[in-house]
Structures are given as structure tokens and as C-alpha cells.
Design a protein around this ligand. Structure first.
Ligand code: BT5
Length: 233
């Protein structure tokens, strides 16, 4: 059984999860109605008002790999499908509706655990100006207010199902599921990695580690492990 901490307000559920991670059992969950310092990747901010679903899960798999981000993406898309909402995944961690971001995943690898942070814009009406063009919510897309706890349990259950398969080494099939939701494969993209910007066509993701396989204009296939991906066409 999981242990769930649910706060009305917190700085960041990922940061709080970090304070528990050493002693915590797997499936310790930290959730909050609102975050005052929600985090994205690489120090970016994550807008986390009331109405959204913001939570972090502590997992302790034997191999601590970023592949888990892809597995979580599939779990979120499947949960959304049950709500009759079609979502797609932009590698590695953006969940989109009609090209706009509805959810994000922040995977942080600690010494003995992985903290998976999930943010889903559920009942969020509007966004700050800088996100107006790129972000959306379930409420904006469907016109319906959804039950936060119900979506939380749905996502958590999907995550358990996928994670059990991940642990039993069913990676190939999970990656196939990821490919079905992907909006990145076959596209021309520009990827900003920590060290450079690389343009090319996405041919696939790597079966071993989920890295992006990019065909450069020279024809060479380059493996990208981390970065921010912009769709060009
Ligand atoms: C992410 O980062 O997409 C990871 C988001 C993870 C949030 C969860 S909420 C629970 C847990 N606790 C935390 O503190 N974080 C996790 P990244 O790919 O770096 O995207 C960040 C960018 O998305 C920002 O720079 C904005 O451009 C945009 N953004 C910020 N807030 C957004 C929102 N609510 N909806 C859509 N886009 C947003």
C-alpha cells in the first residue's frame, strides 16, 4: 500500500519527496493542491495553481534510469484516454493536447531512488501571459471540471501497472506503446541539449535507454539523451 501525503500548499512536491527519500518505501506519494515553487527541468518554473494535479512518487527500481520518464508518459496518456481525452507525447516529458502542453514530468534520480514528479493542468482556467500560447488544461479542452482525486488515482494505478512491467523487463512493449503516443517520431526537430543545439529528423527512440535517435543533415544518426525538443515540421 502506498503512503500519501497531501498538502494544501507546498513549495514543490519533488523537493518535499527528497526529504523523505532515504527512509521512504516505494510508492510514497507527495501531492499538493497548489505549489508555490513548482519546478520544471533545469531550474525552470512550473506554474502550479489550485485546480491542477501536482504530485511526486518515490520509486526504487534496481536500475535508476531516465527511461522511467517514457513509462510515466504512457501511463498519463492511458489515464487521459479513459477520460476520453486524446493526448500525445513530445519527447521526452511533454504531454500535449493539440500541440499545447497539458502535463509535464520531472524525473529526478537520487542515490537510492527515482522521484517522479507529475504535473497535470486539470481544472486550470487560464495561464500567465507567457504560457498562454503553449499551455492548455483539461478544463479548457473539454469544457468540463474533472474530479482531481479520481484522476489522481487513475494515473497512479496506470503508473503501477506500467511500472510493474518496467520492473519485469517488458521494456520493448512499453516503448512500442510510447511510440504510438509519440508526436516526435518522423518529425524534423531542433533539440537543445545542455551543450549544443542539434537539428535533424527523429527516426526513433533507442530500445535500450529511450534516447532520441536523430538523423543529422549529414545522414549520421546521433543519440540524444537529454534536451528540450522543438518541433520544426
Ligand atoms: C516539465 O519541465 O515539464 C516538468 C514539470 C513537472 C511538474 C511537476 S508538478 C509536481 C512535481 N513537483 C514539482 O516541483 N515539479 C513536478 P520542463 O520540460 O522543463 O517544462 C517547463 C516549461 O513548461 C516552463 O519553462 C514553461 O515554459 C512551461 N510551463 C510551466 N508551467 C506550465 C504549466 N502549468 N503547463 C504547461 N506548461 C508550463
Amino acid at each position: 500500500m502506498e503512503k500519501i501525503y497531501w498538502f494544501e500548499e507546498i513549495e514543490s512536491t519533488n523537493e518535499f519527496a527528497k526529504t523523505l527519500v532515504k527512509e521512504a518505501d516505494e510508492w510514497t506519494v507527495v501531492a499538493a493542491d497548489k505549489q508555490t515553487k513548482g519546478k520544471g527541468r533545469l531550474g525552470r518554473n512550473w506554474y502550479s495553481p489550485d485546480g491542477g494535479l501536482w504530485f511526486s512518487v518515490i520509486l526504487k527500481p534496481t536500475s535508476l534510469s531516465h527511461l522511467i520518464t517514457l513509462v510515466v508518459g504512457v501511463a498519463i496518456c492511458e489515464a487521459m484516454k479513459e477520460l476520453k481525452i486524446n493526448t500525445r507525447i513530445k519527447w521526452p516529458n511533454d504531454i500535449l493536447i493539440g500541440g499545447k502542453k497539458v502535463a509535464g514530468i520531472l524525473t529526478e534520480i537520487e542515490t537510492n531512488a527515482i522521484i517522479v514528479g507529475i504535473g497535470i493542468n486539470l481544472n486550470v482556467f487560464d495561464f500567465p501571459d507567457e504560457l498562454g500560447e503553449t499551455a492548455t488544461s483539461i478544463l479548457i479542452e473539454s469544457g468540463k471540471v474533472v474530479d482531481k482525486k479520481e484522476v489522481f488515482l487513475l494515473v497512479l494505478n496506470k503508473l503501477k501497472e506500467k511500472y510493474n512491467r518496467f520492473k519485469s523487463d517488458d521494456i520493448g512493449e512499453l516503448l512500442n506503446e510510447w511510440r504510438i503516443y509519440s508526436t516526435t517520431i518522423g518529425k524534423i526537430v531542433s533539440v537543445e541539449t545542455p551543450s549544443e543545439v542539434v537539428n535533424g529528423e527523429v527516426v526513433d527512440i533507442d530500445d535500450e535507454d529511450g534516447a532520441l535517435l536523430l538523423r543529422l543533415p549529414t545522414g549520421v544518426i546521433k543519440k540524444i539523451f537529454a534536451g528540450k525538443c522543438k518541433l520544426i515540421r
